[in-house]
Design a protein around this ligand. Structure first.
Ligand code: LLP
Length: 441
């Protein structure tokens, strides 16, 4: 069965009677007028369709929890949606922990991971009652144990391991291969377990965690990942007499940014994982573990679009035509950081047949601030509303104030209703943290 991550556009996207694009029953041109641009628009129906696909696809394996990897898009409203959908949260910083806690999220359903968690972040995680901590390295084992000890708490931990699996994605977003900054190498696991057994009495080792990368299109790597983890669990049982009961397989399922992307469905990945678990449980004579998965991009990526207003344009004599928009690398860093490609439409003229080759440029003082290179679009005029699909994941979450450009607003749309979920930043907020020392006055 096809799932929403396999389409470029949100499931509710249509062309309405005015000939404009609408999402969640809301005309994108009206949204641009009401809220201003750049604006992130999130289709609630697409988010819920994907979370439901995950639940349905894994229903055969009940002994598990889906966790939304909040690094993809973290706001209080998304915490509420995930709570309603029965998802937990994968958190990777003090800011994400704070946001989940402020949204009233059940912190027992959260996990904290990251390769350099600080004393303050770990203390906050413990104070707020985080469910599990995925420990990344020896330094953190010692630090976490000392914090847990002084708080008189026992902490449930997973060990993050690098399973040595290479997947075909952009080099910057590969995480599970051996030369990676994340996690314990398999050869370091025994030493970590000895330390936990002998010295770190406030840590309770319950399982293993791995994440093999992001924007993955292959099933086989998940099969391999499960096999590596289960083999390791068996080895740990034989060597240390510890039967681990939980395993976290990370996230990574890809989405369709352009026609060239061919992501697999949530059902395919679920079946692969379930088959691999069943097979390896038998093979290594283990009990079926409690399984976590933590998808981010595939949950919110397709649901989100960004709309911009077309401004100035430039025709290079005998060269490219550039059309500038009122945002750029500050609201979407992915094109300049990963050469990411997007599908683009003009929201007020999606059906126009007369087209031109155009490069969409951002407004930042940097030549590399290009959002889409040499694409074909209807002839753009100043004031047109330009829609970039698939910006829901790692768009807002990687946004910045470069050039002191304000952070954009985000709305959630559904059944003809739009609600602000992130207010547009104001100039006052922009300067809020600035301090002029007295001696400069
Ligand atoms: N779990 C862990 C431990 C992770 O590090 C990540 C993503 C995820 C889960 C979620 O992976 P997803 O399902 O979203 O692929 N900024 C990059 C993506 C970086 C992903 C980092 N880790 C981008 O814009 O493509």
């Amino acid at each position: 069965m096809k799932t929403a991550n396999q389409d470029i556009k949100p499931i509710s996207r249509k062309i309405n009677e005015q000939g404009n694009i609408e999402i969640g029953g809301c005309d994108l041109v009206d949204l641009a007028n009401e809220y201003g641009t750049p604006l992130y628009v999130f289709d609630e129906a697409t988010i819920r369709s994907i979370t439901n696909s995950y639940k349905d696809a894994f229903k055969e394996y009940q002994n598990m929890r889906m966790m939304f990897a909040s690094k993809a898009f973290m706001t209080k409203a998304i915490c509420k949606i995930m709570e309603q959908e029965g998802f937990g949260l994968d958190l990777c910083s003090g800011g994400e922990i704070y946001t989940a806690h402020s949204a009233g999220f059940d912190m027992s359903k959260t996990m904290f991971n990251g390769n350099n968690k600080t004393y303050e972040e770990l203390s906050m995680a413990i104070e707020y009652g985080i469910g599990t901590i995925s420990v990344d390295n020896f330094f953190e084992l010692a630090l976490l144990n000392s914090i847990a000890e002084s708080n008189n708490k026992n902490i449930r931990i997973l060990l993050r391991i690098t399973p040595g699996i290479e997947c075909h994605t952009h080099e910057y977003i590969q995480t599970g291969h051996l030369d990676s900054k994340f996690g314990f190498d398999l050869t370091q696991i025994d030493e970590a377990i000895e330390l936990i057994k002998e010295e770190y009495k406030n840590l309770e080792l319950i399982g293993l965690h791995a994440h093999i990368g992001s924007q993955i299109f292959e099933k086989q790597v998940y099969f391999d990942e499960v096999s590596v983890l289960f083999k390791e669990m068996r080895r740990i049982k034989d060597t240390h007499g510890i039967e681990l009961t939980e395993v976290n397989l990370g996230g990574g399922l890809g989405i369709k940014y352009t026609q060239n992307d061919k992501p697999i469905s949530v059902y395919e990945i679920a079946q692969t994982i379930i088959d691999a678990i069943k097979l390896n449980t038998k093979k290594y004579e283990l009990k079926e573990p409690f399984v976590f998965i933590e998808p981010g991009r595939s949950i919110v990526g397709t649901a989100g679009v960004t709309i911009y207003t077309a401004g100035s344009s430039k025709q290079v004599p005998d060269g490219r035509r550039y059309q500038a928009v009122d945002g750029g690398m500050s609201d979407n860093a992915r094109p300049s950081l990963y050469q990411a490609e997007y599908t683009v439409e003009v929201a007020n003229k999606p059906n126009e047949t007369e087209t031109e080759k155009i490069t969409i440029a951002g407004k930042h003082c940097e030549s590399g601030d290009i959002l889409a290179k040499d694409i074909t679009l209807p002839i753009i005029e100043e004031g047109d509303v330009i829609c970039f699909y698939n910006t829901g994941a790692y768009g807002y979450s990687m946004s910045s104030n470069y050039n002191r450009v304000l952070k954009a607003a985000a709305v959630l749309v559904n059944n003809g209703k739009s609600d602000i979920i992130i207010n547009r930043q104001t100039y006052e907020q922009l300067c809020e943290s600035d301090v002029i020392p007295d001696r400069l006055n």
